[in-house]
Design a protein around this ligand. Structure first.
Ligand code: GDP
Ligand code: GDP
Length: 455
């Protein structure tokens, strides 16, 4: 399975990287993940041009001359983003002209061997030739004059960047069953249980992802380990556990050494985002010893955005005392309240404690994400909910809900039909969501509800 192409935006400070980033990701509620860097934030967003989705990375400040400490680490992170991207857009400033930093960055980019497009920003109102001409000397091919703030030339630039990297238009959704015909069973049935579960283990560095993978795979039969031909393909490991088939989608660049898997790159935001998009269940790992960080919340936010099923594991439980345990649980409640739909486990990946029940929750979350919700039963649950508590009136309108049917899976989508449904407040939508969750046991999956009014 191919990942979405990754476009990295590179350039010195103030050339307009954030402005361009916001413009090309704006189609989808902009930011999907925001990982605090060391001195400034790096942004990761999903963009789309025509039918072609991609992931954009704003690499933040590029400090090629950094020699020490924090600057060196930042340069390293930026270089990693460049190495993991499919194409780089190198921004320079038409108004400021070429400067020494631009030359230094150009040199590094040429050395990286990565495909690079040179974009000359802030070129609005400037004559085409004059804006771009002097940037030829960077030796990165034809300069593309653009204006990130006005939008001039941006679509053409991104289209050229993506040419040759075309992905199937959203057809890469993991094996989704057709929505069932009416009258089919609601309960997860045998055919769903045998359905391969595509699992991504996500978490920030050192939470214990590799340890868990080895604990899991140590016991189980590894069926296949596909090393992809290119960085744009997922590394996938197929294994069986308790009679179920899983495909583990790697987030870290795993290599196999003897019987043990080890991570080659310590942590990659890009691989994490890609694996979350390519899976159908995410296992989010947190670290009891370190507590819940902003970065955990960012990863969790991205999971929520994609609508994937989710199980949470607070790891290293063996390493912390009773007081600390209480503290971490409270912190989890407070900072990750929006994950209340997911089951949470406390585990020790190192000792194998809690791993079996964890996997049971993964199975349950998967079954919930693909649950078949029949129209008659959905409609009965809806009617019972309305009877118990009717939706509030809005002015002269009383919303009237007639029936509900399933419009999608992973996450389940319930479409409710009726009249004047745009008057239904968010609180009532949440009430209905709770009733559907309870009736269909939808533990571990987000649930989406849409209202369709007929005139
Ligand atoms: P970054 O540091 O590379 O992320 O740069 P920013 O996106 O923060 O932009 C730096 C400054 O340049 C801001 O004041 C922007 O408003 C301005 N800017 C960005 N794009 C354009 C452009 O296309 N034309 C002009 N005139 N200004 C721009
Ligand atoms: P990753 O970066 O998320 O893959 O994390 P690793 O699996 O490499 O683990 C980071 C460190 O935490 C290693 O030293 C592990 O031995 C340790 N570790 C992982 N899981 C546990 C656990 O359950 N308990 C304890 N005490 N240490 C753990």
């Amino acid at each position: 399975m191919a990942f979405k192409p990754v476009v990295a935006l590179v350039g010195r400070a103030n050339v307009g990287k954030s402005t361009l980033f916001n413009r090309i990701t704006r189609s989808r509620a902009a930011l999907v993940a925001d990982f605090s860097g060391l001195t400034r934030d790096r942004h990761y967003g999903e963009g789309r041009v025509g039918d072609h989705p991609f992931i954009a990375v704003d690499t933040g400040g590029f400090e090629p001359v950094a020699k020490q400490g924090i600057l060196l680490e930042m340069a390293r992170q930026t270089q990693q983003a460049i190495a993991e991207s499919d194409v780089v857009i190198f921004l320079v400033d038409a108004r400021a002209g070429v400067n020494a930093h631009d030359h230094e960055i150009a040199r590094l980019l040429r050395k990286s061997g990565q495909r690079v497009l040179l974009a000359v920003n802030k070129a609005e109102g400037m004559r085409h030739g004059s804006a771009a001409a002097e940037f030829h000397e960077l030796g990165l091919g034809e300069p593309h004059p653009i204006s990130a703030s006005h939008g001039d030339g941006v679509v053409a630039l991104v289209e050229e960047a993506l040419s040759g990297l075309v992905t199937a238009p959203e057809a890469d959704a993991p094996d989704i069953d057709p929505v069932p015909a009416e009258g089919q069973a609601d309960a997860p049935d045998a055919s769903q249980r045998s359905h391969r579960i595509r699992l991504a283990i996500a978490g920030r560095p050192n939470v214990g992802k590799s340890t868990l993978i080895n604990t899991l795979l140590g016991e189980e039969r590894v069926i296949a380990f596909n090393m992809p031909g290119t960085t744009r393909d997922a590394i996938e490991i197929e294994f069986e556990h308790g009679g179920n088939a899983y495909t583990l989608i790697d987030t870290a660049g795993l290599r196999r050494r003897g019987k043990v898997f080890e991570a080659v790159e310590k942590f990659s935001v890009i691989k994490t985002l890609q694996a979350i998009e390519a899976c159908n269940v995410v296992l989010l790992m947190l670290d009891a010893h370190e507590g819940i960080s902003d970065q955990d919340a960012h990863i969790a936010g991205f999971v929520l955005e994609t609508g994937r099923a989710l199980v949470v594991a607070i790891n290293k439980w063996d390493q912390v005392d009773a007081d600390r345990r209480q503290m971490v649980l409270r912190e989890f409640e407070r900072k990750l309240r929006f994950l209340s739909f997911a089951r949470m486990h406390t585990v020790s990946a190192l000792k194998g404690q809690g791993v079996r029940t964890l996997i049971k929750s993964v199975n349950a979350a998967h079954a919930a994400a693909y649950a078949k919700l029949s129209t008659p039963r959905l409609t009965r649950v809806l009617q019972a909910a309305v009877e118990q508590q009717p939706p509030p009136r809005k002015g002269i309108f009383r919303p009237k809900m007639r029936y509900a049917h399933q419009g999608g899976q992973n996450p389940p989508l319930v479409i409710i039909h009726g009249n004047a449904l745009d008057a239904i407040p968010e609180s009532y939508r949440r009430y209905l969501e709770a009733r559907f969750r309870e009736a269909f046991k939808l533990d571990g999956t987000p649930l989406r509800i849409e209202f369709k009014s007929s005139r």
